[in-house]
Ligand binder design. Structure first.
Ligand SMILES: *[C@@H]1O[C@H](CO)[C@@H](O)[C@H](O)[C@H]1NC(C)=O
Ligand SMILES: *[C@@H]1O[C@H](CO)[C@@H](O)[C@H](O)[C@H]1NC(C)=O
Ligand SMILES: *[C@@H]1O[C@H](CO)[C@@H](O)[C@H](O)[C@H]1NC(C)=O
Ligand SMILES: *[C@@H]1O[C@H](CO)[C@@H](O)[C@H](O)[C@H]1NC(C)=O
Length: 479
């Protein structure tokens, strides 16, 4: 297994590494394609039998990765020190391990200091090991654009000289797709294309002619990408081209044993605190974070606050994961935007999420967290009732019988594997479980299938399609 090591090194050092393989389709940005499965099986099975088995498994699931010039992906990683994104500097340290970030400490195997922007490179890395890749775009059921869209947007978001040019974000890619093999996107009007955007869609939905310019770019308004399925960390509340995928956490196990060991630990954990809030904010006018802080200051016997002001928790999971293991409920109020990474940290810790807005999760993550089963694993308290209605969160949560709390926690831990991002190159045992990437790919393929059918039928409601993974309920294993 010398090759994966070499591969890791070559990508860390950004040295082009040529995969010498019989079968080496282009994979976008010069990254090599792993075909481990094929090599291992080649000796045991006849070539023809193997091709047939693969064809059957991959029926309706073929993905082609567009070969984009490196300026759209790997080159963007080189300018990791161009923007002081964080108080502690640039994002260069978080490129390690294909974007999972450095390990939290030397002996940790599954925990990393993961930065959310790195979802773009590590999703790309995961697709490179997807078993049904095809070099032929005309045979593909879906086409992946390995564009690191949020990394490419950073100059427009953080360089004041470019604020007025933010309508340019993505134009270069749009031009390329029109010029270079235009037949690929023309085949289905772009409806079979998808890409990843590792920030909330809000940051990319500025009206192109806004004057004065507001926050963000107009990437999602570019006509060239209106038909493309965009996997974002947070979607706008009305059906549009983006779909939300879970915020990445710091937990990226590589084997089933490590996943199960962690889940067993979360199941066993002694929960001594009723509720926990890990976050910052809450100042100014009356708001839900302010109410949570006031209530917790009053009830230190049942509420714990982990102060994450100024991004102090962003790359330091130890600060909040231990407290989350001690608490029965994790409060997930909206902040600058409705969704939060903490929701997924809490789910991994078996800490039952308490939501205050539908748009905080239920209206977002239908592919990963079944919309119609939220009552089984989460608590909902409308924020107005807390801020203006005198409802105390502690009273609501204390009134839930212990047996019900245990049942909910069990549901939370059943869902945990669906929202985590396992490490690339994971064991076969772990690969057999669907993680956040697998479920996103399933969702994309369902969406594309639906759209292609609508396209063939001339259905005008093509873009208005709100799929919640209904045809996949048998995979939820919730009961
Ligand atoms: C962790 O590993 C690095 C590099 O191998 C080494 O320099 C450092 O001393 C180690 N730290 C600890 C606490 O062992
Ligand atoms: C998007 O889809 C619509 C409807 O199928 C089509 O008319 C339009 O040309 C497509 N846009 C692009 C950029 O292909
Ligand atoms: C951006 O445009 C606004 C008007 O829309 C103008 O006042 C401002 O000076 C411009 N900023 C730069 C950096 O060009
Ligand atoms: C704090 O406790 C006092 C005394 O029990 C109570 O009157 C007050 O309403 C409480 N405040 C909050 C925010 O719960």
């Amino acid at each position: 297994m010398a090759r994966p090591t070499l591969l890791v090194l070559s990508i860390l050092l950004l040295v082009p590494y040529q995969a010498k393989s019989r079968f080496s389709p282009k994979t976008g940005g010069g990254l090599p394609l792993l075909e481990k499965g094929e090599e291992v099986l080649a000796g045991e099975e006849g070539a023809e039998a193997q091709r047939q088995r693969r064809r059957a498994e991959c029926e309706g699931r073929w993905i082609h990765i567009r070969d984009l010039p490196p300026r759209f992906n790997t080159d963007l990683l080189r300018s990791c020190n161009a923007f002081p994104l964080y108080d502690d500097g640039d994002f260069c340290p978080y490129l390690a391990n294909h974007g999972l970030g450095p390990r939290t400490h030397n002996r940790s195997r599954s925990w990393y200091r993961t930065d959310p922007h790195m979802l773009e490179p590590f999703f790309h890395r995961r697709l490179l090991e997807y078993p049904c890749l095809t070099p032929d775009p005309a045979r593909a059921d879906a086409v992946f654009l390995p564009y690191y869209a949020s990394l490419d947007s950073l100059p427009f978001l953080y360089n004041p000289a470019l604020f007025n040019s933010s309508a340019l974000h993505g134009r270069d890619l749009a031009d390329l797709l029109r010029r270079d093999s235009p037949a690929v996107s023309a085949r289905r009007g772009g409806h079979d294309h998808f890409l990843v955007l590792a920030r909330p869609a809000w940051d990319y939905s500025q009206e192109p002619d806004a004057d004065p310019p507001l926050w963000g770019t107009s990437f999602l308004h570019l006509p060239d990408f209106l038909n493309v399925t965009v996997l974002a960390l947070e979607a706008r509340p009305w059906p549009w081209q983006e779909r939300a995928v879970p915020h990445p956490t710091s937990f990226h196990p590589a084997t089933l044993a490590r996943l199960d060991a962690w889940l067993a630990r979360a199941r066993r954990a002694r929960r001594t605190t009723l509720m926990l809030f890990a976050g910052g904010g809450g100042g100014g006018a009356p708001n839900i974070r302010g109410s949570i802080r006031a209530e917790c200051e009053n009830r230190t016997d049942l509420c714990e606050v982990v102060d994450c002001s100024d991004g102090s928790c962003a790359h330091d999971p130890i600060r909040f994961m231990r407290p989350m293991l001690r608490s029965s409920f994790c409060l997930q109020p909206p902040g600058d935007t409705p969704t939060r990474r903490s929701t997924f940290d809490g789910i991994l810790a078996g800490c039952i999420p308490v939501f205050f807005e539908e748009i905080g999760a239920r209206a977002q993550y239908g592919w990963h967290l079944p919309k119609d089963r939220f009552e089984e694993f989460s608590v909902f308290i409308p924020k107005e009732e807390v801020v203006f209605g005198g409802v105390r969160i502690g009273d609501v949560l204390e009134s839930i019988p212990p047996a019900e709390v245990r049942r909910m926690r069990e549901r939370v831990l059943e869902l945990a594997p669906r929202v985590m991002y396992r490490r690339h190159g994971s064991s076969a045992g772990l690969r057999a479980r669907k993680d956040a990437v697998d479920l996103a790919i399933d969702g994309v393929l369902r969406t594309v299938r639906h759209r292609v059918r609508a396209l063939e039928d001339g259905d005008p409601d093509l873009l208005i399609y709100d799929d919640d993974g209904d045809d996949h309920h048998h995979h939820h294993h919730l009961s």
